[in-house]
Design a binder for this molecule. Structure first.
Ligand code: CO
Length: 434
């Protein structure tokens, strides 16, 4: 929201005071200066003048504040302390192999701050000494190599903004809406600028063989977590050492992780210390017993790697109810592992009627895209839905449409349209329409 000029703000305040005096009524309200400023941004409207009437400009006494350097590494404002990752005790049996969720309702734009990027670990976060760390590259190559971090950082690097989404995002809601918070429906999703060396730079340095069709990426964590990456995904892959301008966080793979844009988070191996090229996949535990899609006949689909077109409304949502009637801002995020978001439509009546939302810049491939739509609310019940379309023409399905091509026994890859029921009170509930 634009900050009103001091002059405009004062004008509204004075109009409000004058109105209160003229009416002989001084309704004392304990509004904060922030809500007064909000009202001033629509100074022309009578509603704003009413809201400002009787408000007092309250602020801390003018005096020196925190000195420079008091926090060598900056922290969010005290009022933002509720904006944190959260995890669900009942979701998985151990804290060492578990996940924490990004607070999507609290974020603006498309970038996830590093401290809020979701976590998914299979044996906790290893402590790695970067001075003793190396990346081994071997297999079907002419020259096997062990690269130190310094070696790697001497190679040409790139920076790209991509979303990262766990294949299990929204998996708690396959059968029925089980969690009533966007943090827990869609919070295994983050978006960062990733900086690192293109995978192909390293593979060319090693003289990778034409016969190599698969790449094993192994992490240095306690699970020796490893995945097979098909050659079709190598060109865009990055061996990342930084996220959002600083070194990777330990829980994001410090010092190195593989970024394979648009693919399920589990393919983006953290604490990456070994790459091996070969002519067939390794069929590791994490791509057979896990991260495979169980079908109705008991067989499993393997290597369903690309995250499909998806979207969710983050305002309003269960954590962000509507407050007061009148003009509202609806906002959300859309993404697709197949490329750019082309359009997002929003329904207020559970998918009967749709209207296009505005896509906010930037709109980048395999990246979160922010959408928004203003609307008027008079207190009626709403069934809010968003439906994303990507540049390849993929359309986000309803739950029923999705079940025509996916098994209800699946755990992963739920990209169905989510419904938020807005009650007359403004509260928001996660529901599924029959
Ligand atoms: Co998959």
């Amino acid at each position: 929201m634009p900050v009103p000029s001091r002059r405009a703000w004062l004008k509204t305040m004075l109009a409000g005071v004058a109105g209160a005096l003229a009416g002989g009524v001084a309704a004392v309200r304990s509004a904060t200066s922030a809500s007064a400023a909000d009202s001033a941004s629509t100074a022309a409207s009578a509603a704003a003048a009413r809201a400002a009437r009787g408000t007092k400009l309250e602020h801390a006494p003018f005096r020196p504040g925190m000195p420079v350097g008091a926090r060598p590494y900056g922290l969010p404002a005290e009022a933002q302390q509720h904006v944190v990752r959260r995890w669900l005790k009942w979701m998985l049996p151990s804290r060492l192999t578990n996940a924490s969720f990004t607070p999507l309702a609290e974020l603006e734009g498309i970038i996830t701050p590093n401290g809020l990027v979701f976590e998914r670990h299979h044996a906790g976060v290893p402590a790695i000494d970067p001075a003793r760390f190396s990346l081994a590259v071997h297999g079907l190559v002419e020259r096997p190599l062990a690269l130190s971090l310094d070696d790697l950082k001497r190679l040409p690097s790139v920076s790209r903004i991509h979303f990262l989404e766990c294949a299990g995002n929204n998996s708690l809601n396959w059968q029925r809406p089980a969690v009533n918070a966007v943090q827990f429906t869609h919070g295994l999703l983050s978006c960062c600028e990733w900086t690192g060396v293109p995978l192909m730079e390293v593979l060319r340095l090693c003289g990778v063989s034409d016969r190599a069709q698969w790449l094993l990426a192994e992490g240095a964590d306690g699970a020796a977590y490893a995945r097979s990456v098909p050659r079709a995904l190598w060109d865009e892959a990055i061996i990342a050492f930084a996220q959002n301008g600083e070194a990777l966080r330990p829980e994001q793979g410090f010092p190195l992780r593989l970024i394979v844009p648009g693919t399920e988070g589990s393919l983006n191996v953290k604490w990456l210390h070994r790459l091996k090229t070969g002519d067939e996949p390794w069929l590791t535990r994490e791509e057979t017993a896990r991260y495979a899609d169980l079908q109705d006949d008991g067989r499993a689909r393997l290597f369903t790697l690309v995250q499909e077109v998806n979207s969710v409304i983050t305002l309003p949502c269960p954590e962000k109810p509507l407050k007061g009637h009148g003009r509202q801002r609806l906002s959300g995020i859309a993404w697709s592992g197949h490329g750019r978001i082309a359009a997002v439509d929003v329904s207020f009546d559970g998918g009967v009627n749709w209207q296009p939302a505005r896509l906010e810049e930037p709109v980048l491939p395999k990246c979160l895209t922010r959408f928004s739509l203003p609307f008027e609310w008079k207190g009626e019940e709403l069934l809010l839905q968003s439906r994303a379309v990507d540049e390849k023409g993929n359309v986000q399905p309803t739950h029923d449409e999705m079940l025509k091509v996916k098994s209800a026994r699946q755990v992963y890859h739920n990209n169905a349209i989510t419904t938020w029921r807005v009650l007359n009170s403004g509260e928001v509930r996660h529901v599924r329409l029959a």
